[in-house]
Design a binder for this molecule. Structure first.
Ligand code: B3K
Ligand code: ZN
Length: 876
């Protein structure tokens, strides 16, 4: 397949100022008449052919200025429509296509999900509806008439404001006309039609305009929309307060559908959501689900400005909207909840998802320079690392210059399709700084490694730090330049307080941030009264891997005293990680890992420290995951040894702290009535973390307590946590608990997804057989992306020992599933295949087995571009 390159970008020869759509819906033969107002752009020679994109289209009518086009005036295939010699002056092109929404299993373009017609156009789905210049720099004003049988689809929704409705005389059909005054790219087009229930509310903007808010769901789900609506209103208020950005239409609608390739989509004025990110009640949604809904509702809403009002010039600039919008939703959630807890959770996600991506064959820059299939670039690198880059900009420039740069960006580029360069220019101007080196964050893939070697000289009262940075080679980028890295630091004195110091030499400084710019720095901090322990990379000021000469005692001191909560958490994690890595090497050699009484003592102290937020204590007690340990080991990984080390540390901690943890578990109370508030959720998180240790105490000694927690749970958070413990620790009563859970929730698809996931993620030798059997369960379907991700996705990404089985059966199963799925839904198949991204870091036997599975995928004929792209990059 062809590679698309950033340097080949050229504006389109024609513009399309207006799009008038008339969509006549029917399950198997929907007709779309598109009337496009086409203009030749300045610089385009008269008569230049107009070439429109298509994908799997059936053309049934074509007129130019209302005259039917002769056969020699155009060329049409399902993938392309060329008007050979268009008029020099503006003209109207009318295209009629016929679609089969029921047959659309790719869930791109127009399709039906549980009898509801809906669309998904990002990145290149609009071309599955009509022929178009389907690229983000072609902005048009859309008017959409939607027509359907009234009984089949009483609700008809489009982008923008509703301008007309009515019956089609003499038929059982009706229509609605929607007009969106804001010019937008085709990827933001959407329509929905179906028999849906409406939950209504309203919002008054800062300038006093009334906006009607609607959430549309399947009948019966109305009661589960309250949280999403609350999140939406808080998001709207927050964007006004934090960024001065107001909503710009009379209505804002959200539709929840159950078959969706990803989380949600920010279509102008008509967001379409995976119902997983809308529906919640205490009985079916966990605290994590509530937090995710808050984040995703906010994210899609914030796109209205970062993405929709200001969009991307081309898909290489995807992080312009995604990284920035993730940064904004993270800031929103930090303001709604505990900022440190949110930061720790975000960094955990970054390290477990983005770092492995950056360390493997699928590594790519935050702004890629080439792609084969753009849908494969909606990655943790573009999203999460992209958000870190924006946060670093703020750290580098300070709050004021950052805010001024954002304001300039909104002022200068509103209504445009723009680039990362334009974005950065706003900050260069607002701060007066040169951001040339900083821009490397968008260009160079790979996680920089920073090595800090420091020592104190009592004679000179100097604290000297040797800092070296290195960016590892990544695909097509063997050589790297040094990066601009903001390193936030503090010097912690013997009493736990930050020490004062004189000056900092050898590096540029902004407040407590060292601006690392060279491959090596020798930094001298003067007038330091006593030997400090340096707290490095506070608040995770840059997405880097930090190595230092701090010992376990230093780290445990920081874990207890650092005034930076992030580094308190990080210090304990680092100690645990080092113990686990040592444990894994011991396991490889067949030895029992050494106990680390100091670490266990530190866990005890954090668990019982009531001056700390329970949510923080829960995070501090959670051991690094198996995948995180594997990533840190980096090469020749034996996942069974990693799991053995982790299980051993968990068990010895549980055994030695059993009575303390039990007492703490019983003393904590989350409140009479369930609320998803951060405070209550934090208490539940701590209780469940303590209980998880107890569940893994030797011999299932605390099985009764766990079973009681499961039975007594009055909310999904506790019930699902307990079920995980029962199943994963192999406690007695496992089958009974699974069937009780299933029976209770059989009518709630999102809860049944959890039932599949808990079984898929059990690290047991018989898990793969069980998963195979579950694919034949009546509730399983390869057509529903949530279900596929819940069972097979969860296995491939969340079950290190069984996916990476030494006999290769886990790899073969996932590879076969990818091949079967590819014919139905390439996007979901390609995403599943990317679970192989760390295969080269495995020990040789597993590595060979993974390669065989990948080769088998590669050898299949007629792979989709999506899967073809992932498999070829994985093997490169
Ligand atoms: N912009 C969409 C993602 C579209 C993915 C296309 N394969 C959701 C979001 O990031 O808000
Ligand atoms: Zn987004």
């Amino acid at each position: 397949p062809a590679e698309i390159r950033l340097e080949d970008y050229r504006p389109s020869a024609y513009a399309i100022d207006k799009v008038d759509l008339d969509i006549r819906l029917a399950p198997k033969a929907a007709k779309v008449r598109a009337r496009l107002s086409v203009n030749r752009r300045d610089g385009t020679a008269p008569g230049t052919p107009l070439v429109l994109d298509g994908d799997d289209l059936k053309l049934v009518g074509l007129k130019l200025d209302d005259v039917v086009l002769g056969a020699d005036a155009f060329e049409a295939t399902p993938d392309r429509l060329e008007i050979v010699a268009p008029p020099a002056d503006p003209f109207m092109l009318e295209i009629v296509t016929e679609l089969d929404p029921d047959a659309n299993s790719k869930l791109m373009g127009l399709y039906r999900s549980s009898d509801t017609y809906c669309t998904q156009c990002e990145a290149e789905g609009f071309r599955r509806i009509t022929y178009f210049l389907d690229r983000p720099d072609v902005l048009s004003v859309y008017t959409t008439r939607i027509e359907a049988r009234r009984t089949e689809a009483p609700v008809l929704l489009g982008n923008g404001n509703l301008t007309a409705t009515g019956d089609v005389p003499g038929t059982d059909r009706h229509f609605a006309v929607w007009h969106d005054p804001h010019p937008k790219p085709s990827y933001l087009f959407a329509m929905v039609a179906g028999d849906l229930a409406l939950v209504e509310d309203s919002f008054t903007t800062a300038s006093g305009r009334e906006v009607k808010l609607g959430i549309y769901v399947e009948h019966g789900n109305e009661e589960r929309c309250g949280w999403a609506m609350d999140c939406l209103k808080r998001s709207m208020r927050w964007d006004e307060e934090a960024f001065g950005l107001e909503y710009d239409l009379d209505v804002f609608n959200i539709v929840a559908v159950s078959d969706f390739n990803m989380g949600a989509m920010e279509n102008k004025g008509l967001n379409i959501f995976n119902d997983k990110y809308v529906l919640a009640d205490p009985d079916t949604a966990t605290d994590q689900d509530y937090a995710n809904i808050e984040g995703v509702i906010a994210h899609e809403y914030f796109h209205n400005w970062t993405g929709n009002r200001i969009t991307c010039r081309d898909w290489f600039q995807l992080c312009l909207k995604e990284g920035l919008t993730v940064f904004r939703d993270q800031e929103f959630s930090s303001d709604q909840r505990s900022r440190p807890v949110k930061r720790i959770s975000d960094v955990r996600l970054l390290k477990s998802h983005q770092f492995p991506e950056d360390a493997g064959p699928l590594a790519h820059p935050v702004r890629p320079r080439l792609y084969q299939e753009i849908n494969n670039f909606y990655t943790a690198t573009v999203y999460e690392k992209g958000a870190e880059v924006v946060r670093m900009l703020k750290t580098f420039l300070g709050d004021e210059a950052f805010a001024a740069g954002m304001a300039l960006y909104f002022r200068r580029h509103d209504g445009e399709a723009t680039t990362i360069e334009a974005f950065l220019s706003c900050f260069a101007e607002s701060s007066g700084q040169d951001l040339t080196q900083f821009a490397l964050w968008y260009e160079q893939a790979g996680t920089p490694v920073i090595d800090v070697d420091s020592r104190y000289d009592a004679g000179t009262r100097q604290f000297v730090m040797h800092i070296r940075q290195q960016v590892p080679p990544t695909p097509r980028q063997p050589e790297k330049q040094p990066m601009a890295i903001p390193l936030r630091i503090g010097l912690v004195g013997p009493n736990g307080e930050d020490l004062e110091y004189g000056g900092i030499g050898g590096v540029d400084v902004e407040g407590d941030v060292l601006r690392i710019a060279e491959a090596e720095h020798k930094i001298v901090i003067s007038d330091v009264a006593v030997k400090p322990i340096p707290s490095l990379l506070r608040n995770f000021s840059a997405p880097v891997l930090l190595e230092s000469n701090l010992g376990e005692d230093d780290l445990l001191f920081l874990a207890r005293h650092d005034r930076d909560p992030f580094n308190r958490w990080q210090a304990l994690q680092t100690v645990a990680l080092q113990a686990l890595i040592a444990g894994a090497s011991a396991a490889v050699e067949g030895r029992t890992p050494d106990a680390d009484p100091q670490l266990i003592e530190a866990f005890a102290s954090v668990a019982g420290d009531e001056s700390l937020d329970p949510a923080f204590r829960a995070l501090a007690l959670q051991l690094p995951g198996e995948a995180d340990i594997a990533r840190e080991i980096g090469s020749d990984v034996d996942p069974d040894a990693v799991a053995a080390a982790r299980n051993h540390l968990r068990r010895t901690t549980a055994d030695s702290l059993r009575s303390t943890f039990r007492r703490q578990f019983e003393a904590l109370r989350d409140g009479e009535n369930y609320s998803p508030s951060a405070a209550q959720a934090g208490i539940r998180a701590l209780r469940n973390t303590l209980l998880e240790y107890l569940a893994h105490a030797t011999g299932g000694a605390e099985g009764d307590l766990v079973r009681k927690h499961f039975e007594a749970a009055d909310n999904m958070t506790d019930r699902y946590a307990a079920l995980n413990m029962i199943v994963h620790a192999g406690l007695e009563g496992r089958d009974a608990a699974l069937s009780r859970f299933y029976d209770r929730h059989r009518n709630h698809a999102l809860a049944i997804d959890k039932w599949f996931t808990v079984q898929a993620t059990a690290g047991h030798a018989d898990t793969l057989d069980k998963i195979r059997a579950l694919t034949a369960h009546p509730a399983f379907s390869f057509g529903n992306p949530n279900r596929v991700r819940a069972l097979i996705g969860a296995f491939a990404t969340g079950n290190q020992t069984q996916f990476n089985r030494i006999d290769g059966a886990g790899f073969d199963f996932v590879a076969d599933t990818v091949l079967a799925l590819d014919e139905r839904n390439p996007q979901v198949a390609a995403r599943l295949l990317s679970a192989f991204r760390s295969w080269r870091a495995l020990e040789p036997v597993r590595r060979a087995a993974a390669e065989r599975a990948l080769r088998k995928v590669e050898a299949k004929q007629n792979l989709s571009r999506d899967v073809q792209d992932i498999v070829s990059r994985s093997l490169q």
